[in-house]
Design a binder for this molecule. Structure first.
Ligand SMILES: Cc1cc2nc3c(=O)[nH]c(=O)nc-3n(C[C@H](O)[C@H](O)[C@H](O)COP(=O)(O)OP(=O)(O)OC[C@H]3O[C@@H](n4cnc5c(N)ncnc54)[C@H](O)[C@@H]3O)c2cc1C
Length: 418
C-alpha cells in the first residue's frame, strides 16, 4: 500500500475518484499549472470507462440539435445549457481528436473512437495525467471530507489525510459497483447537507417470468416491436433490437424503456407482447404463411415454420404453441389454428418480473439535486471549494453516449473552475 509521503502538502486540487469525469477534471486542472492529487480506491483508474459500450466506448452522442440533445436529460435539461455551451459535443470531438484519437459517428448519432476500443479513451486521459505530473494514488479509499469554516480542508483516507485548496468529488454512482462506484459520494454529499435523490438502478435490463424467453439467451432480434401493458391496458410500444438473456430482455430499446417500466411496476402487473413482424400487418402475414403452407403441404408444422421465423427463435416459438401438435402435417391444420399461429407471431406474450439490479445497470437514477450545484462551475452551493461531477449528479438520460458526455462536460468545467 502507498504511504502518504506528502502529509503536510496543500494541493491546489484534490480529486476524489479517477473515473471518466475525475480523470477529465485532473487533465484540465493540471494543464492550468496547478498541483493536482488524484485519489482512487481501485488498483487502476477508469475501470468503468474501460467497459463502456461493451468495451467499444460510446464516447458521446452527435445529436446536432441542442434542444433534442438536452431533451434526453429530461428535467435536467434546463440546467445543462450553460455547461454544454462551455464544453459540448464538439468540444469532446476536439479534445480527443487533438490528442490523437479519431472519433466516428455510428447509428443513432452514437460516437465511438475509430479503434472501437474503450482502453484507447482511457489511455488519452491517463497519458495527459502523467504528462502533466498529476500525482495519482491508487488503493486509496477516501473515508470522509472534513469541513472547516464552510470549506473542505482535507480528505481522510486509509493512507492518511490529504490537504487541498479545492476538492473535486467524482466518485460516480452505484452502477456496476465492482468498478469502484459504491455510492460513497452520495454519503459524503449528504453529510455536507446536500439533498441526494435516493438511487435506484436505471438504464437496466428487465427480468421476465416465462422460460421461453430465458431459453433464447444470447439471441437478438434486430427488428421487432414490443408493447407494454399495465393491468392489461396498453402503455407504450417501441420498435428496434431486443437481446434475450438468461433472465429476460436487454438491448438499447429495453435499457431505454426501463425507467418507464420501473414506474409501471409500482402500479400493477406489467405484461408485454412482442411482434416479430412489425412491418407486416396481420392480414399480410397470414397470406405469407398460407403461401408457405401451400408450398409445404406434406411437411410437418415444425419443419415448415422454420422458413418464416427469425433465426434462433424457432424452438422458443414452438414452446408457446401448446394448442397444436408440432408434428401435424400442414394439410391437416385448421384455419383457426393457422390464424392463432399468426396471432402469436404478432404478439408473443410475456410477464415482466422486475428490473435488474445495480450490478447490471448502466446508470443510476439518483444523486445530488442540480439546484444545489452551481452549473457554471460545478461547485456546491453549500461548500464553495467543493466541485461535483459525473454520475453523482441527479440527471436522467438514456444510453447512447449521453452519460459520458456529462462526464466530459462536468469534468472539464470542474477542471477549469477548481
Ligand atoms: C456497463 C456499462 C457500460 C456503459 N457504457 C456507456 C457508454 O458506452 N456510453 C456512455 O455515455 N456511458 C456509458 N456508461 C455510463 C458511464 O460509464 C458512466 O456515466 C461514467 O463512467 C461515470 O463516470 P464518473 O466519473 O461519474 O464515475 P465512475 O466512472 O464510476 O468513477 C468513479 C471512481 O471513483 C472511485 N471511488 C469511488 N468511491 C471512492 C472512495 N471512497 N475513495 C476513492 N475513490 C473512490 C472509483 O473507484 C471509481 O474509479 C456505462 C456504464 C456501465 C456500467
Amino acid at each position: 500500500m502507498q504511504k502518504n509521503n506528502n502529509s503536510n502538502k496543500i494541493w491546489d486540487v484534490v480529486i476524489v475518484g479517477g473515473g471518466a469525469s475525475g480523470m477529465m477534471a485532473g487533465v484540465v486542472a493540471s494543464s492550468r499549472g496547478l498541483s493536482v492529487l488524484l485519489l482512487d480506491k481501485n488498483k487502476q483508474l477508469g475501470e468503468k470507462l474501460k467497459i463502456t459500450g461493451g468495451g467499444r466506448c460510446n464516447i458521446t452522442n452527435n445529436e446536432p440539435d441542442i434542444h433534442k440533445l438536452l431533451a434526453v436529460y429530461g428535467e435536467g435539461a434546463p440546467f445543462l445549457y450553460t455547461p454544454f455551451s462551455v464544453f459540448g459535443v464538439k468540444d469532446t470531438f476536439d479534445f480527443f481528436e487533438k490528442r490523437g484519437l479519431p472519433l466516428v459517428v455510428q447509428a443513432r448519432n452514437r460516437v465511438f473512437p475509430q479503434t472501437e476500443n474503450a482502453i484507447d479513451v482511457f489511455n488519452v486521459l491517463h497519458k495527459d495525467l502523467l504528462k502533466n505530473n498529476v500525482s495519482i494514488k491508487n488503493n486509496c479509499i477516501v473515508k470522509s471530507l472534513s469541513l472547516e469554516s464552510g470549506k473542505i480542508k482535507k480528505v481522510e483516507t486509509n493512507i492518511g489525510d490529504f490537504y487541498g485548496k479545492s476538492f473535486v468529488l467524482a466518485t460516480g454512482g452505484l452502477s456496476h459497483p465492482e468498478t469502484g462506484s459504491t455510492g460513497d459520494g452520495y454519503r459524503f454529499l449528504k453529510d455536507l447537507g446536500h439533498t441526494v435523490v435516493e438511487p435506484s438502478p436505471d438504464v437496466v435490463p428487465i427480468s421476465v417470468k416465462e422460460d421461453w424467453v430465458k431459453n433464447l439467451a444470447g439471441v437478438s432480434l434486430s427488428f421487432m416491436k414490443i408493447s407494454f401493458f399495465l393491468n392489461n391496458k396498453k402503455q407504450f410500444s417501441k420498435t428496434g433490437k431486443i437481446l434475450f438473456t438468461h433472465f429476460g430482455l436487454s438491448g438499447p430499446l429495453i435499457l431505454n424503456s426501463s425507467k418507464k417500466i420501473k414506474e409501471l411496476l409500482l402500479l400493477g402487473e406489467v405484461k408485454a407482447l412482442i411482434d416479430i413482424f412489425p412491418d407486416t400487418d396481420i392480414g399480410d402475414l397470414e397470406k405469407r404463411l398460407i403461401k408457405i403452407f401451400d408450398a409445404n403441404k406434406n411437411k410437418t408444422l415444425k419443419n415448415t415454420l422454420k422458413e418464416i421465423l427469425p433465426e434462433g427463435l424457432s424452438e422458443s416459438f414452438y414452446s408457446i404453441l401448446n394448442f397444436i401438435d408440432l408434428d401435424i402435417k400442414i394439410n391437416n391444420i385448421k384455419k383457426e389454428d393457422r390464424r392463432r399461429i399468426v396471432d402469436i407471431m404478432k404478439a408473443m406474450p410475456l410477464t415482466v418480473d422486475g428490473i435488474m439490479g445495480y450490478d447490471r445497470s448502466v446508470v443510476v437514477d439518483g444523486g445530488v439535486v442540480l439546484k444545489e450545484i452551481n452549473m457554471k462551475t460545478m461547485s456546491s452551493k453549500f461548500v464553495e471549494n467543493l466541485f461535483v461531477t459525473g454520475d453523482l449528479l441527479h440527471l436522467n438520460r438514456n444510453s447512447g453516449g449521453y452519460s459520458l458526455q456529462i462526464c466530459w462536460t462536468t469534468g472539464y468545467i470542474a477542471g477549469i473552475s477548481a
